[in-house]
Design a protein around this ligand. Sequence first.
Ligand code: SF4
Length: 457
Amino acid sequence: MSHATAAREFIADSQRTKWHDETIWFVRHKRDLAAASVPEWELLRSTASAIKRHTLSRLDEYLEQFEQNAIRHGIKVHWARDAAEHNEIVLKLLKEKGVTNIVKSKSMLTEECGLNPYLEAAGIEVVDTDLGERIVQMRKEHPSHIVLPAIHIKKEEVGELFHEQLGTEAGAADPNYLTEAARNHLRDKLLNAGAGLTGVNFAIAETGGIVVCTNEGNADLGTALPPIHIASMGIEKLIPRLEHLGVFLRLLARSATGQPITAYSSHFHRPREGQEMHIILVDNGRSGILADEDFNRSLNCIRCGACLNTCPVYRRSGGHSYHATVPGPIGSVINPVRDPAKFESLPFACSLCGSCSEVCPVKIPLHHQLYALRGVIAERGLLPLSKRAPLWFATAVFRRPWLYRAGGRMARMVLRCLPRALVYNRLNPWGRQRELPVVPEQSFRRAYADRQAKRSK
Ligand code: SF4
């Protein structure tokens, strides 16, 4: 389904669209204040971008270094070529230990791999412990934002959901009350989990350790008690040295939510005593993106969500309209690069305003990449007829100045008496949100010539 078609459902609820737009804009505003409070902000961005580019240019070496150091500290390292291999590894580890229930701390990678339904089909109970993740999981939905997964849901709807599934008071919508109910519900799951699975924000080649950033402390809670900790990590999460971490931690929280630092930055460098720790290094299409010189800078992404928060299209169309784990501007780059036929409409879900590139803490030139991707999609013949036909027509006219002039004259005549039904009908999506302009008395070319003539008199 194209982005525009999927977005129609979200936009149909104009109240929600307005509220979603305003709420996310508020987060963007907080990001601006936080960024402005750091005088060396631009230096941080350039440094982060340079570190990431350097790492990606020697990713194979750094991955090996990371693996050796992790193994040296007693961590078991696994490699997964794709989502299926990742899921199989997780299930095998759980089965070996006889685990039937796990808790997860937010990991978009496991979302990308479809881990939850895979494990549930194998009889394993999976509980997401991030509050927003848990809410969307209970609604049997996917996150609509990479940092704020339940941002599209109102507190009244959460109240209704918790009333049905957790037995809270009917009609309760007080965030404190609902959070407390969720905390009690999750405490039991955290205390009794057979394994804890986390994502990875940063992996440090020099030390072989990983860092997980959360605001709820759920990564610590989810890994502190179970006898096994599994960390799923995309191979692009590496940074070379521990001293680089500060650059990214200063950028991440400020860009994501406007906080100076994420509440919990948990470092895991070896298994706890009596615990097993496993790290799964997942490719799942990343080396393909790395090999693509035009678009591999998208692997710099630290998943802060700032480009989503600033995007006028994302804010008004909601994350689910992208039909991808990662929505918004960065999702509109990485998804079509991986699978252009499936995601051909995403690079067009963009006004090319450039705001995403302005806020990106690792300086990915997002809007340039989106523009370039449109060309790739057109070259591969993946544009739908509704886009191809007008472009073909426009090319034919613009190549022939006489036709352009004659067309202009004709259009000025015809538009004055054009029946509305010809423009505003089901077959013309353009007409759905637009009114044709009032036809001017004379063409721009004529008006300009008259003005020049008057000036020269
Ligand atoms: S592309 Fe940049 S702004 Fe967007 S999520 Fe990634 S790091 Fe953040």
